[in-house]
Design a protein around this ligand. Structure first.
Ligand code: ZN
Length: 382
């Protein structure tokens, strides 16, 4: 299920591309926003019904379509690659790499049988990486020859295993976005490397998987407009820089004002939350951000960074979301996309703390919420 092929002029991207125009950017403070009420989301639905193009792939396809492809009608597509778990040991106190293994193990629980449809991606190719990153940087990573200062900025050892993980993660997000276009919903068990910019990595991010995936979809003509909704507690600086001046991708970042990175290049919409913001403030801000961004972005697809580091017990986050707050966040994003017939692809994003299994349990919330929705949708189709 794809759109017509994109004209060649759409394929190159970047701030200097001649078709690029300067986008209007804005920053709002969460405490000044009005609640994201049900009436607001209905307004978004009405607006989008009037503005969406007829050639957009049909999201949330019915179960007969899925059955015809041999897929379980109630299952949520989840993307996973063995390389997500690198052999190279990392400093778990700084980056809890083990959380990915704990998450995979938890999702094998019998309670998920029939609810998840496991998919394995191909690693991203050099050509795919070059849509989002400079050639010199990509080749320095692939040849393990990046200078020591740049490696320190990333914060992970530059080894074959870590690079393979980054390639698998980018390939995983590419597959996740494609599955979302086909089946409405999907989740990658990695991804959200939003601090990686065109020519440098940072903050545990080598390549920007969301940017690589978005530019791959745009180049293939599978989508023409994309909304990146970044709910990691850190600002999506790399994503903002990569898509600065690219009118096809609308970037939203909902983050803590005082968190790293200190320099925050503007997204199309930045929502800065004060430290200690609770569930209620956060959800009001998110509702307002969705209301504001969807009519402007008019996307064919939403890519959602579902970082769990806004949680009150996160080691690096400074916000105060509860488990229920994260659950309500995932539901608000999911229900808003469903109401607007928008395909939704989620990536894991950040989550930090001393116990990787505790972090994995927070990441479980997006799988529980999305797979529950997929089941309920299939049941209502009977
Ligand atoms: Zn983060």
């Amino acid at each position: 299920m794809h759109l017509q092929g994109a004209p060649p002029s759409l394929i190159p991207a970047g701030p200097n591309h001649p078709t690029a125009r300067v986008k209007k950017r804005s920053m709002i403070r969460a405490t000044m926003d009005r609640p994201g009420s049900a009436s607001m989301t209905r307004d978004i639905a009405r607006k989008n019904r009037h503005t969406r193009k007829g050639s957009i792939p049909r999201p949330f396809p019915d179960k007969d379509h899925e059955r015809s492809k041999g897929e379980h009608p109630m299952s949520l597509p989840v993307v996973h690659h063995p390389d997500y778990h690198p052999e190279t040991p990392v400093d778990e106190r700084r980056f809890p790499m083990d959380k990915y293994a704990h998450l995979s193990r938890r999702l094998q629980d019998p309670s998920f049988h029939g609810r998840l449809d496991w998919k394995t991606p191909s690693p991203a190719s050099r050509e795919q990486l070059l849509r989002a990153h400079d050639e010199t940087y990509v080749d320095a990573i692939l040849s393990l020859s990046l200078d020591a200062r740049s490696v320190r900025r990333i914060g992970l050892p530059l080894t074959d295993s870590i690079v393979r993980r980054a390639l698998a993660s980018c390939g995983g997000t590419i597959l996740t976005t494609r599955l979302a276009l086909e089946r409405g919903l999907s989740v990658n068990l990695a991804g959200g490397s939003h601090h990686a910019a065109r020519s440098q990595g940072a903050g545990f991010c080598l390549f920007n998987d969301v940017a690589v995936a978005a530019l791959d979809l745009l180049a293939s003509g599978s989508a023409q407009r994309i909304l990146v909704l970044d709910c990691d507690v850190h600002q999506g600086d790399g994503t903002a820089l990569i898509f600065a001046g690219d009118p096809r991708v609308f970037t939203v970042s909902l983050h803590c004002r005082t968190n790293w990175p200190l320099e925050k290049p503007p997204s199309d919409l930045d929502i800065e939350l004060e430290p200690g913001s609770t569930d209620e403030i956060y959800l009001e801000a998110l509702g307002a951000a969705l209301q504001k961004s969807l009519p402007r972005a008019r996307p064919d697809l939403v890519i959602f960074n579902a970082g769990v580091d806004p949680h009150i017990e996160d080691r690096l986050g400074r916000l105060s979301l509860s488990d229920q707050g994260l659950r309500d966040r995932e539901r608000l994003v999911l229900e808003t996309c469903a109401r607007n017939s928008l395909p939704l692809a989620a990536v894991l994003g950040g989550g930090y703390g001393p116990d990787p299994d505790v972090i994995a349990r927070r990441h479980m919330i997006v799988f529980e919420t999305f797979s529950g929705f997929a089941s309920a949708r299939a049941s209502s189709d009977v």
